[in-house]
Design a protein around this ligand. Structure first.
Ligand code: BF8
Ligand code: SF4
Length: 703
């Protein structure tokens, strides 16, 4: 943000590193239309609220502690800066946990409806995952019907929200050391709703007034997300829609089609978007689209619902959070279908300036200017078909369109299960090759680059900078959420990117057969990262727990409360976490100290805020190398590994993609196909009902 002009406006070129976004922002200017990017020029963040120095918990305030001696001041009730900042932070955690976990609850309700035969259109697509989840929950599987097991799993999942006694069952999936530490500190989460409620209670006026204690409750609450709501969400989505395995697709606004009915799904839950996948492939509806003058129906996604259907069906991603308005601005979107979270109210008035129908679908989320078509899992397919028909009927209303011609190929669809499989085969899954590579120093460490876009920083810049620098330094990267989309738009999720990886990382990724940047899914799928890190920690040779690992979590462009909840549960699970943008507790040196040194002592992980990309990256490497030193691993030395050249494996992917590009030139649809060399022999279905065992031709159906 060094580029802010005197009038507060950010120069156009500094708004995004994505050429598609810049083209659309210029187009918006020509049309005289505002976007979040231009509104941010006229709306500076309030420095008091931004730094955590504003308390509006009761109506004697709002109390704002400002000035040089702000940290010596108190609010009217006597609350000091540390309490005020910690209280606000804890409420952000609770907000994020509530959002993710309510999503998880909806998934459990859908699973229950499927198990009882009330949700036509859905089915259990991954029985293996169902059995694994039943195992974690202590539910018997031997000799039982799938629906019986699924009903018990759904009920057990729902119990996690409000059980009166005990601990959240998935906390048992953490290392024994971690579980013991949580118990000792009294931060093992008990029930999801209870932890959210308790934070809201403690941070009510006049309850918990000790910043350390407030932040401890935030740790506990966040764990109810990471090892509760989010993890349940991921698992149940895998059960219902299939555990992801690699497939190819495309990303950016150029995936919208000038001659097709474009339906864009935006939001978070896969229940609706997965049904829209089915509807958009329905021959009857495709015929109706053709009758309306279109060549077909094109489904694309924004935000995390996009990640859900990208990971399992290869549906292309139109973009991340800051692309939502830009998609409508193309004039080519017949329907934008939204459910919950990260949906800007601005879409309402914006859609009205185009022919785009904005369709809200959740009873929890309505928007002025939108049409509401309520979705419920009992009539899912009919609702999806109705929505697609609305889009088709809208196609003739199109005005001029402007679709920027930017679309990048990408590989997505990595899951914990798939990584296990790649490293040990289907029956002897393992993380041994990766652990050995880290121990030897071929792979310097692991980094998760996750989270949002935020209009206060150049779109995608921090995310892409971190990914680029990490892989060049032989750090393996996993990505989720809008960060994954950012990385993909910049080309970092394409196999070509192996050429940008350091020599050690390159050699190992070729040997294991995975790219250096792995798309693990949506934001609830950050729980996959917890599972991966736990397995790396228990595999042997890298300590015993997550806080022993040379690993960091980064959220360069965080925007919402969910990101804060995620950062906090990673810290509570032992990871060092660095966020960008600005610190919501900056005003309090005490709260800042508690969340860094304080949490490191308590849980081995911490949460820092470093807005500068160079400093963020330097700090991340420092943390990785310090863990390597503590484990007495050899120093990382890039010179000791040579160029390995292309493995036959990657050569196969490259020729596959080249072939796809050629087919695309010939006008054939190729996105959404299984990445064959990667998926070969892997027996998980893609959730689209087409398992592709052993060496079939790539699955082109539905593409
Ligand atoms: O849950 S990364 S902007 S879309 S909050 Fe929202 Fe942030 Fe995107 Fe996904 Ni996650
Ligand atoms: Fe002010 Fe205390 Fe009320 Fe907060 S709770 S607004 S600090 S009086």
């Amino acid at each position: 943000m060094d580029d802010v002009k005197k009038d507060g406006a950010v120069p156009a070129a500094a708004k995004s590193i994505d050429p598609a976004a810049l083209e659309m922002l210029a187009h918006a200017d020509e049309c005289g239309i505002e976007t979040a990017f231009s509104r941010a020029d006229h709306m500076k963040p309030c420095p008091i609220g931004e730094s955590g120095a504003c308390c509006r918990i009761c109506s004697m305030g709002p109390c704002r502690l400002v000035g040089k001696d702000a940290e010596e001041k108190t609010g009217i009730c006597g609350a000091d800066m540390a309490t005020i900042a910690a209280r606000h932070f804890a409420r952000q955690v609770a907000g994020g946990v509530a959002a993710h976990s309510d999503h998880g609850r909806d998934m459990a309700m859908t699973l229950r409806a499927v198990a009882t035969g009330e949700a036509a259109g859905y089915k259990i697509k991954d029985e293996q995952k169902l059995n694994a989840v039943a195992g974690y929950m202590g539910i018997a599987t031997a000799g039982r019907e799938v629906d019986e097991i699924a009903l018990d799993v759904a009920d057990k999942a729902l119990e996690q929200f409000g059980q009166p006694h005990g601990e959240i069952v998935y906390t048992k999936r953490a290392t024994p050391k971690r579980q013991a530490r949580w118990r000792e500190l009294g931060i093992t989460p008990r029930a999801i709703d209870r932890e959210v409620t308790e934070v809201m209670h403690r941070t009510h006026e006049g309850v918990d007034l000790d910043a350390e204690n407030i932040l401890r409750s935030a740790l506990r609450c966040s764990l109810a997300d990471g090892w509760g709501g989010a993890m349940l969400s991921t698992d149940i989505s895998d059960i219902l829609f299939g555990t992801p395995s690699p497939l190819s697709s495309e990303v950016n606004l150029g995936v919208l089609k000038s001659d097709q009915v474009n339906v864009v799904v935006h939001g978070h839950e896969p229940t609706l978007s997965a049904m829209l996948v089915e509807a958009s492939r329905d021959p009857e509806l495709i015929a109706e689209a053709k009758a309306a003058g279109a060549e077909g129906i094109n489904l694309a996604g924004i935000c995390c619902t996009s990640n859900e259907i990208l990971m399992r069906y290869g549906i292309p991603a139109a973009g991340n959070f800051l692309h939502q308005e830009l998609a409508v601005l193309t004039g080519a979107v017949e329907a934008m279908v939204v459910d919950v979270q990260c949906i800007m109210q601005a879409l309402g008035p914006l859609a009205q300036r185009f022919h785009t129908q904005l369709i809200t679908t959740s009873p929890k989320a309505k928007i002025p200017g939108a049409v509401h078509v309520e979705f419920d899992e009992h009539r899912a397919l009919q609702t999806a078909a109705k929505i697609v028909r609305m889009a088709i009927a809208n196609y003739p209303n199109r005005g001029p369109i402007h679709i920027p011609d930017f679309h990048e190929p990408l590989i997505a669809g990595f899951s914990h299960e798939y990584l296990n499989y790649m490293q040990g085969g289907f029956h002897r899954g393992s993380f041994r090759p990766l652990n050995d590579a880290v121990i030897a120093g071929r792979v310097r460490g692991l980094a998760a680059v996750v989270g949002c876009n935020n209009v206060r920083v150049t779109q995608d810049e921090g995310i892409v900078e971190m990914i680029k620098r990490f892989i060049a330094e032989d750090v393996m990267v996993v990505v989720t959420g809008c960060a994954a989309t950012a990385g993909a738009k910049a080309g970092y999720l394409s196999p070509e990117i192996l050429d940008s990886a350091g020599p050690g990382l390159r050699e190992v990724m070729e040997a294991i057969g995975i790219p250096p940047v792995l798309h693990l899914g949506s934001c609830v799928d950050n729980s996959r990262i917890l599972t991966v890190l736990t397995q790396v920690a228990t595999e042997g040779g890298l300590g015993e727990d997550i806080d022993d690992l040379p690993a960091v979590g980064l959220c360069p462009e965080w925007m919402c409360e969910k990101a804060i909840a995620i950062g906090t549960y990673f810290a509570a699970s032992g990871a060092h976490v660095i966020f960008g943008v600005s610190s919501p507790v900056k005003a309090s040196s005490e709260a800042t100290r508690l969340m860094t040194e304080g949490w490191e002592q308590l849980v081995g992980g911490d949460l820092e805020f470093i807005p500068d990309w160079d400093r963020m990256f330097a700090r991340a490497l420092e943390l990785i190398d310090a863990k390597r030193a503590a484990l007495k691993l050899p120093d990382y030395d890039p010179a000791q590994f040579g160029d390995s050249g292309d493995s036959p494996f990657f050569a196969a992917i490259k020729s596959y993609l080249a072939e796809q590009a050629a087919e695309q030139e010939r006008g054939l649809e190729t996105v959404g196909a299984a990445v064959y060399p990667l998926a070969e022999g892997h027996s998980h279905g893609h959730g689209d009902g087409h398992a592709h065992d052993h060496g079939d031709a790539p699955d082109r159906e539905g593409a």
